[in-house]
Design a protein around this ligand. Structure first.
Ligand code: NAP
Length: 314
């Protein structure tokens, strides 16, 4: 039997956008309900030190930052529910969400579902996931299987640089395989990466296969030099894929407007194409994608939701 509860504001997602939206709507006395999703705190909980969130001159652990945001929002009355939204009906207000089989009704919804790791699509990637292929050095880097072994990181952005630096604590050498000959990462991260003697960049190269499915573990990668076409095999015990993110918006396909890559297209402010449904953070941002911009967007979405509710009450 489905039980329906009525909420003023439901926030889907618990990253920086979600918690900031929760903080502001809680302080507006709207008693928001935060649905955490399967990864409470979002992707930031899988990073180590966050050095660019203002207010933390020494940096702050990603998990700790998210815990602090949660505590701050809860202090003012935000409620947290561990759960995954299975479906949404935005065709009429109040909106209806089904959360782990339970019906929740909401006057407004703030979508802050963030983004997930992008997959490479190479043969062996799927078969060897968690058998040496991973998307998170912080989560898996310390595993015994990677200790004092050559490791491969794929990508050329900030994530790849961060993963590579972290893995130098464990691997004998960290190969950074990038499809171009310059890093996309921010200057400070790129310089640090290239100055690290344990990180060996392999430029202009694509991983065309992850070996070895027949042994049920990672033993190496097949590489193709994209300039010369030369193919080679690089031995390694682990492959860390850090090639960007895809927005977590499948739930909203055909319900609100998204672009061809699935990012929600925001209207004025944090509005979506459905009045009363607002959006914040990485699920709508393929440009800035920072914790601080997501937090700022969460604040904007909260203010928009509050004003929307106030206008309805008039
Ligand atoms: P990103 O900046 O989009 O970089 C993705 C990298 O993967 C690019 O170098 C890209 O190559 C490569 N790539 C994409 N698809 C590929 C494919 N199919 N095969 C091989 N390579 C592929 O993603 P990100 O590094 O995850 O960063 C996302 C955002 O988070 C950025 O705004 C970043 O600044 C931020 N971030 C910040 C920090 C920090 O400041 N501490 C840490 C992590 C992330 P091309 O360069 O050729 O496009």
């Amino acid at each position: 039997m489905l039980r329906a509860s009525m909420e003023q504001v439901v926030i889907i997602g618990s990253g920086p956008a979600g918690w900031t939206a929760a903080l502001y709507t809680a302080r507006a006395q709207l008693s928001p309900l935060v649905l955490t999703g399967l990864q409470p705190g979002g992707l930031l909980t899988t990073t180590t030190i966050v050095e660019n969130f203002p207010g933390f001159p020494e940096g702050v652990d990603g998990y700790e930052l998210m815990s602090r945001m949660q505590k701050q929002a809860e202090r003012f009355g935000a409620r947290t529910q561990f759960g995954t939204v299975e479906s949404v009906d935005f065709s009429q207000r109040p909106f209806t969400l089904v959360v782990d089989g339970e019906k929740v009704q909401a006057q407004t919804v703030i979508i802050a579902t963030g983004a997930s790791h992008k997959h490479l699509g190479a043969p062996g990637e799927h078969e060897l996931e968690n058998k040496g292929v991973t998307y998170c050095a912080t989560c898996d880097g310390a595993l015994p299987v990677f200790r004092n072994k050559p490791l491969v990181v794929i990508g050329g952005g900030d994530s790849a640089c961060e993963e590579a630096a972290y893995l130098t604590r464990f691997g004998s050498v960290v190969y950074l395989v990038h499809r171009r000959d310059t890093l996309r990462a921010s200057k400070i991260m790129a310089e640090r990466t290239l100055a690290n003697p344990k990180i060996k960049p392999i430029w202009d190269s694509a991983v065309t296969e992850i070996l070895d499915v027949t042994q049920d573990k990672v033993t190496g990668v097949k590489l193709k030099n994209l300039k010369t076409g030369a193919e080679s095999v690089l031995d390694c015990a682990g492959v860390f894929i850090a090639i960007g993110h895809v927005p977590n918006t499948n739930l909203f396909k055909g319900v609100i407007a998204t672009d061809e890559n699935g990012f929600v297209i925001p209207g004025t402010g944090a509005a979506t194409t459905v009045p009363g449904v607002f959006v914040a953070g990485d699920c709508a941002d393929h440009v800035y994608r920072q914790a601080i911009t997501a937090a700022g967007a969460g604040c904007a979405a909260a203010i928009d939701a509050e004003r929307f509710l106030a206008a309805q009450a008039v």
